[in-house]
Design a protein around this ligand. Sequence first.
Ligand code: WTA
Length: 711
Amino acid sequence: ARPDITLRVATDPTATAGAAIAGKSGGDDVPDHMPDLEDIAPLYDAKSENTALKRYKSDYVFSLSKNKQYWNKRATDLITWDNYPFDESSCDGIMTGGFEYGDVAWFPGAKLNVCSNAIDRHVQNGKANDIAMIWEGDEPDQVLKFTYADMLRKVSEIANALKSQGVRKGDVVTIYMPMIPQLPMTMLACMRLGAVHSVVFAGFSSEALSSRIAASKSSVVVTADVGMRGGKTIPLKKIVDDAIGKHACKDIVKKVLVYERERSIVPDGNIATDGNAKCSGNTPQINWFPDRDVNMNDILPKQRPYCPPESMDAEDASFILYTSGSTGQPKGLVHTTGGYALYAAHTIQTTFDLQPNDIFACVADCGWITGHTYVVYGPLLSGGTTVIFESTPMYPDAGRYWDMVQRHKITLFYTAPTAVRSLIRFGDDIPKKYDLSSLRILGSVGEPINPAAWSWYYHAVGEGKCTIVDTYWQTETGGHIITNIPGVTPMKPGSCTLPLYGIDCIVLDPMTGKIIEGNDVEGVLAIRRPWPGMARTCLDDHERYLATYFRPYKGYYFTGDAVRRDKDGYYFITGRVDDVLNVSGHRIGTAEVESALVKHPSVAQAAVVGRPHVIKGEAIVAFATLTESNTEEDDELVKELRTLVRGEIGPFAAPDIICITPLLPMTRSGKIMRRVLRKISAGEADQLGDVSTLADPSVVDTLIALVGRYD
Ligand code: WTA
């Protein structure tokens, strides 16, 4: 079942943003003094390809032709294995299985523990007193610094605390926490025990949390009384209580382990602090269920600060992460121990050139794959210093990132284009106020970076001296798969450039599924062979894993993205071809939003599409027909619907526009023509294409008028 694909090249954000630079459209948010594209385009000059790029090309060819030898070398260079039954002369068994059955296994039989790779081996290798983690709290003066020795003690205590509450190898532990140091530490503690963590981003609602707890049958949930973001308090424990109270979670959760945020961030004598991490002393009131709830801050001091790591098989599951797809239910992707850890270390060292003295700040939340791979595992597996950031780019003001760069002398900084675009509005003077000379590489992730944002990031933040790495990847891929490499790949704004080593990228004709060779072509992006970091299954639903990724195009992993490969072989991602939106770098399934909307008794049918948005990348536009014939614009109802989506999924999924409409564009066979909704929402009603199959063509004018009210 191949998805019904219309390439959405017209909504290519790079195209609209290119026009914005030249001052043709979208002028509101893009300052006039933006340099012209021509200023930055010469970064790539095909004629004078550097020697490093030539070297990349031959290494890339080698990584594919001698794929197993390549990964054998990386695996032995980057990971310390408890047992590694392969060597260069016998590395055939390094990878078994394939895409047909989705039975891929990397390094089967090899043994390791991810946590001891991320912490213990650095302590043993003379890095005990190096800083592993800098925590920057919601208030800029809340700073804690943990050495690798501190991490070993703290993570061990947490692991022992989890053990004391019954957590064992193979158990699923749901983590619903704010970005306090104990979040990555709890993830690492699970890895130490061989327990499988399932981190749920703390912006998800109780409903979304409850379905994730239920789906993974997780009997232990770790949370905090509250989270703090931008000065606002988020009642996490209350949300957990609500989630567990829901029918789906009945009898599943046995223990809720609760950190008190205030007590958790007080430097305890051992831990260095820059500022004065203050404790306000007023611990918020939360409900307490004595049979179920356990106060982590009470039991941690009783634990032994060493816990032996469990030796895991490379193919044992290490974590589950839920992500949105084309259908209503989010899928729990399962990542492995060996392949994932190797891929996290390999990509951060390749893409960010991470060196021991680097201070790496990936400002994503640990609740997303970017946080897993590049806040926690990549940097720590590489023995680097990782920054964990609890706040927002706007708090207390739009200089927060740069203030942080200056104070911690951050060398590698990683954020999403949406954050960059939201900062451009405040002008170049904000970053100019800070000393940003420590920066060496700037990363971009989550969506294509439009040239206007690229240029501001490059000039105003990087002062024209930093490489911008445009990293393309997915929850499913575990780590970067297409990105430029600093000092190697010439940059092209808006392009994630060329595939990383070992990643066999191909462009397919969306209709025939045939490989499109050559350059200057467009199609859908697929990958031809397994790589260590790929997710291995969907939790309890291997059929869905096969159906989503391997059946649409036989023999290939299908990314769900459309792509253009330009005349130099550079890749430009042009957007999802399935019904997944990318809003501020967050993946949101239109089906999920639709099923939330139809829960309202007044809604008969709902259809959700995205439309280009100058800051968010995509905005969510919802259309709903009502059960009763009353189709008057009803502000109250629209408000209720928005609240409903916030409650069902989370605030970040609330539609930007909700149109109550008398009818939807249906084909005569009863299918909603989303393409029509997309075009009308994007103000491209003149490019509707063939609408002859519409049951009632008058719907087009009705919808144009409705959407017109929001322009
Ligand atoms: C999109 C986030 C263009 C893409 C790491 C992909 C990008 C989806 C880029 C995965 C990029 C991510 N350029 N598009 N550099 N990075 N995407 O699973 O559509 O949250 O399929 O993983 O984000 O989103 P996910």
